[in-house]
Ligand binder design. Structure first.
Ligand code: BG6
Length: 470
């Protein structure tokens, strides 16, 4: 039986992207890690497409905001590129041309009645800081980040009311230092990974401290990707494996951001493994005192885990969490074959309940959720638009679980899809498309898809008729 699901008043219906994935690298002051990685190793990127043009937001932002408005969105997240806003990275001085661009973005959002969320970091550290200082392994870089943040708040903090310090910091830890997916593609650099984890939480707290000093009329948070762990069985070993995976992948940033300290079990584990970060009282106090006002949570897929079956011996200096939890290949799961991610909408409800029960029901929103599909031109109709009904089904099912959580008291104030306009996505480049609006890479023409018409309808009604019985 179908049921109309009404969402709370003033609910955010929007989408997210990032500077490096949408703007194109035109007129930047510095190269980011991603720019450099592409310039030096283009073969690492799908079809050798890099961030140079992306979805041409730098040139098309006026038209893009019109399209976002046309599909009804009332809020939108993008990121300020450190490499565009800042002139001198050591001083954190402003690059006037970069600032002028971000001012235009803020004005354009306002003109279209779209609440803008500015993020400060989406995997795009300036490469100079990686080469000179070792990137996020360095405490000095956390100070430089705070200077960049201060510059952004001072110059744009009156126009823009919602800020986030980082997008998915755990991805930096995992992809650059543990599994080799992102430049510098280190595998098993456990000690550095742990230090990067700590430094990113510290950098976020330092940025929040700068924001609070300015007494601006706005709010600041962080965007975390949560992959809730589901153990293979009820056996105590599997349950413990699930808890440790959660500590490492989810709570490592959730706890410092919301509670002001790191998960004690994770600290003991890192200590036992000889990879615990270097910290001091003064830094721990900064983390303790500068918690977030709200959370943005990205949800794509769950994490199926099991206890390790045998102990793995690592060579000196190498560490991965393999002796604590292993991936579990659960039979009979639904998959998105293009991305290789499991589709499990109920996890959105489980996340909401975890935040309600264990994190003081802090205000939060879904800051990314979406389905990447390869070869979407197959679905191009005679009417010239892409008929992405699979995406509509995906969203309706996830939103039904989110609605249930809100009914049960979760303090969720919005839903942002990934993404508004198809965008470039790191090594996957334009392999999988996620947008409500398509991008023709040959012409850079942006066209609303069927899902764009669907979301407009959802926003107008502040809800939708759901076929899902939960
Ligand atoms: C999210 C990131 O985790 O996943 C985005 O925040 C990214 O930056 C998105 O684009 C989709 O990733 P992919 O690899 O499937 O294109």
């Amino acid at each position: 039986m179908k049921q109309f699901l009404q969402f709370p008043q003033a609910f955010w219906w929007g989408a997210a992207t990032s500077g490096p994935q949408s703007e194109g690298s035109y007129n930047k002051k510095h190269e980011s890690l991603m720019d450099y990685w592409y310039r030096t190793t283009p073969e690492d990127f799908f079809n050798q497409v890099g961030p140079t043009v992306a979805s041409d937001f730098y040139n098309q932002y006026e038209n893009d905001f019109k399209l976002l408005k046309e599909i009804g969105l009332n809020s939108y997240r993008t990121s300020i590129q450190w490499t565009r806003l800042i002139d001198d990275l050591e001083e954190g001085s402003v690059n006037p041309e970069g600032l002028a661009f971000y001012k235009k973005i803020a004005q354009e959002a306002k003109k279209n009645d779209i609440e803008l969320v500015f993020n400060l970091h989406h995997f795009d550290i300036p490469i100079e800081l990686v080469q000179k200082y070792g990137g996020w392994t360095s405490k000095h870089v956390t100070d430089l980040f705070a200077k960049f943040a201060k510059c952004a708040f001072e110059n744009l903090g009156k126009e823009v009311k919602y800020w986030v310090t980082f997008n998915e910091p755990i991805v930096i830890v995992e992809a650059s230092y543990l599994d080799g997916h992102h430049y510098p593609k280190y595998v098993g650099h456990g000690k550095e990974a742990a230090q990067v984890m700590y430094n990113l939480a510290l950098a976020s707290a330092k940025a929040i401290q700068e924001y609070k000093k300015l007494n601006l009329d706005g709010k600041i948070g962080i965007i975390l990707n949560l992959t809730p762990s589901y153990p293979r069985s009820e056996e105590k070993e599997d349950i413990l494996a699930g808890q440790i995976a959660d500590d490492m992948l989810n709570r490592s940033f959730l706890e410092p951001a919301v509670l002001g300290h790191f998960p004690p079990r994770l600290i003991s584990l890192f200590e036992k493994e000889g990879i615990l970060w270097e910290s001091c009282e003064e830094e721990l106090q900064i983390i303790e005192e500068n918690k977030v006002d709200f959370l943005g949570l990205n949800y794509y897929h769950p994490n199926r885990v099991k206890a390790p079956e045998k102990e793995v011996k690592f060579p000196p200096g190498f560490w991965l969490p393999l002796n604590y939890f292993n991936a579990y290949q659960k039979p009979d799961i639904r998959m998105n074959p293009y991305r290789g991610w499991e589709i499990y909408p109920k996890a959105i409800y489980d996340i909401a309940m975890d935040i309600k029960n264990n994190y003081g029901n802090i205000p939060w929103y879904i800051s990314e959720n979406g389905m990447g599909v390869e070869g979407e031109e197959r679905f191009l109709g005679k009417d010239g638009i892409i008929h992405d009904t699979y995406r509509i089904d995906f969203y309706e099912e996830h939103l039904s679980w989110l609605h249930k959580a809100i009914q049960e008291g979760s303090n969720c104030f919005g839903f942002h899809a990934w993404t508004g306009i198809d965008c470039w996505s790191w090594a996957n480049a334009y392999k999988n498309r996620y947008g409500f609006i398509s991008v023709d890479l040959n012409t850079q023409k942006h066209t609303i898809k069927q899902s764009g018409r669907w979301i407009k309808n959802v926003v107008e009604q502040n809800g939708f008729e759901s076929k899902y019985e939960l």
